[in-house]
Design a protein around this ligand. Sequence first.
Ligand SMILES: C[S@@+](CC[C@H](N)C(=O)[O-])C[C@H]1O[C@@H](n2cnc3c(N)ncnc32)[C@H](O)[C@@H]1O
Length: 246
Amino acid sequence: MAEKLNLIEHLNSKEKKQGYVTQMFEIISPKYDFITRFLSFGMDGGWKIQMMDMLKLQGHERVLDLACGTGDITFAEAERLPRGFAVGLDITSGMIKIANEKREQMGVNNVRFDLADIMQMPYENAEFEHVTAGYALRNVPDIPGALQEIKRVLKPGGRFFSLDFGHPPFKLYDWAYINYLIVTGSLTGLALHGDADVYRYIPESLKRYPGQRGVVELMQQAGFVDCGYKQFMGGIMAINWGTKPK
Ligand SMILES: C[S@@+](CC[C@H](N)C(=O)[O-])C[C@H]1O[C@@H](n2cnc3c(N)ncnc32)[C@H](O)[C@@H]1O
């Protein structure tokens, strides 16, 4: 069994964070679908559909889904792309394995899953009409670096959408919900994996994440235009978007 890495030490270091994140998602991958529905009280699917609707796909595009996990968003995109193609990318081999098993079971032909790192993607410049990301930006070691890489693979005029946890504008609400996540995450981690840190990662990564308003600023700094966000549940969740200039 791999050595258990220290959560706080790794999250506080740009160099060490990815090692922690990848090891944790390898552990979680077999239970990922169940735990995502459970921790979001079944609401996760609805947020993903909202992001799909915002994409307004025409049906012929090439779309890249970052940090695809077991492929929820990628498959939803493929369904809306009868003449197009969806590519899911993830750094965790356990997630890609499950996504590929689902693809075979479902018999979907217009989707592919690549084991790769958002920070250094194996794609040509301007290869994709759109890029989506479900709970990705909070997990990468360097958000500005990831945004540059996303802009590189987007076609001019292409749009990027990112769904992730957010920070409610009311500080007390933000504080209360992060502490709620610490308690429920620790208990769930203990119950499912015998390790409280596994889901304590969510609130700890959130404390270090700039949230929906911070992501708008970072996207503007990275050169995206028409940036904005829509938030849910008072700001606990949000979808950010931006466009690569033509
Ligand atoms: C919370 S899961 C999200 C899965 C899926 N997008 C969803 O919405 O259900 C986060 C995913 O980010 C992936 N990930 C973390 N860092 C990454 C990186 N640098 N490059 C690619 N994937 C990464 C993890 O392997 C994990 O599958």
